[in-house]
Ligand binder design. Structure first.
Ligand code: DQA
Length: 144
C-alpha cells in the first residue's frame, strides 16, 4: 500500500513556528516517525510539503494509480481553498484531514474546514499524534 502525506503552507517551519501551539517537533522528525509507522503498518509512506496551493493541487492530481490514500494537513488552505477541496473530490483517492492543533479551540475562522466534507474524516488537536492516528485510520479503512 502507498500513502502520500501532504503538508501545506508554513508546516516546513514546524519546530520553531509558534511552538506553544504546534510543538517543537520538526517536519523532518514527523516524517521520520510516519515512515517508521508505515513500516509497522506494511505501508510505504511518502511525505511532501509545499507552501503553494497549485503545487498541492498538482500533487493531489498525480495520486490516482500511484497512491492508495492521502493524509493531508492543508494548513491555512483548509479554511480557504475550494480548489484543494475540488482536487480531492476529483481524484477520488480516500483522504484523511489532520491538524496538529484543535481548530475548534482557536479563532473562529479556523472552525470551518472547506475540505472536511470530501475527506473520510478529520483528526485534530493531538499534535503529531493527529498524523499518526490519521495514517492508522486510513490504512485500516483501505484494508477493509
Ligand atoms: C493547522 C491549523 C491551521 O489553522 C493553520 O493555518 C496551520 C496548521 C494545524 O495543523 O493545526 O497552518 O493546520
Amino acid at each position: 500500500m502507498e500513502i502520500l502525506i501532504l503538508h501545506g503552507p508554513n508546516l516546513n517551519l514546524l519546530g520553531k513556528r509558534e511552538p506553544g501551539i504546534y510543538g517543537t517537533t520538526t517536519l523532518e522528525q514527523i516524517n521520520q516517525i510516519l515512515e517508521a509507522d508505515g513500516k509497522i503498518l506494511d505501508t510505504t509512506v511518502t511525505c511532501r510539503q509545499s507552501n503553494h496551493e497549485g503545487e498541492l493541487i498538482d500533487r493531489i492530481h498525480a495520486c490516482p494509480g500511484k497512491y492508495d490514500g492521502i493524509v493531508i494537513n492543508a494548513g491555512a488552505y483548509t479554511h480557504t481553498s475550494i480548489a484543494i477541496r475540488d482536487a480531492i473530490a476529483a481524484v477520488n483517492v480516500p483522504t484523511v484531514e489532520v491538524h496538529l492543533s484543535n481548530l475548534h479551540k482557536r479563532e473562529e475562522f479556523r472552525h470551518r474546514s472547506l475540505i472536511a466534507a470530501v475527506c473520510i474524516g478529520q483528526i485534530c488537536g493531538f499534535g503529531i499524534e493527529s498524523y499518526r492516528l490519521g495514517l492508522q485510520a486510513l490504512v485500516t479503512y483501505l484494508k477493509k
